[in-house]
Write a protein that binds this ligand. Structure first.
Ligand code: AMP
Ligand code: ZN
Length: 138
């Protein structure tokens, strides 16, 4: 994918602050970090998102992800938040699957908005059943 930014970083055509590389994946600093050390973990092979990547590649990526998260935790001395967006409404800007590894410290103000969709017991059961009974493309 010539036009994909992360493919260009993978091939070395575009510069990045790379912090890790193995046969299948690499990691580099996010250019607009939520915190110092905010890193993106990416497979070298272009795949769009969590639904596009094959299971073996995803397992390998998960191994690299934990390895890098541990390195960042030790380097920064922080806790770690891991985030991965699929689709525009979810906040995905770059259509090459990536995991955000974000160092977290007490009171840093970063975080998911929780309690935005408080539901009744009936509504919780309705969505529970809908998810349980839904098909999966997996
Ligand atoms: P997402 O919103 O999950 O698709 O995240 C894409 C991330 O890629 C954003 O946090 C951007 O700041 C980051 N990003 C985009 N271009 C680059 C680049 N050339 N080098 C490093 N990070 C980038
Ligand atoms: Zn790509």
């Amino acid at each position: 994918m010539d036009e994909c930014i992360f493919c260009q970083i993978a091939s070395g055509k575009m510069e990045s602050f790379k912090v890790y590389e193995d046969d299948d994946s690499f990691a580099f600093l996010d250019i607009h970090p939520a915190a110092p050390g905010h890193t993106l973990v990416v497979p070298k092979k272009h795949t769009a998102d969590i639904f596009d990547i094959d299971e073996i590649s995803l397992r390998r990526l998960a191994g690299s992800l934990r390895h890098i998260a541990s390195k960042i935790k030790n380097a920064i001395g922080s806790d770690i938040m891991i985030m991965q967006n699929n689709g525009r409404a979810a906040g995905q800007i770059v259509d090459h699957i990536h995991f955000h590894v974000i160092p977290r410290t007490e009171g840093d103000g970063i975080g998911l908005m929780r309690g935005m969709a408080e539901l009744t017991k009936e509504q919780m059961e309705e969505i529970q059943n809908k998810i349980k009974e839904a098909s999966s493309d997996d």
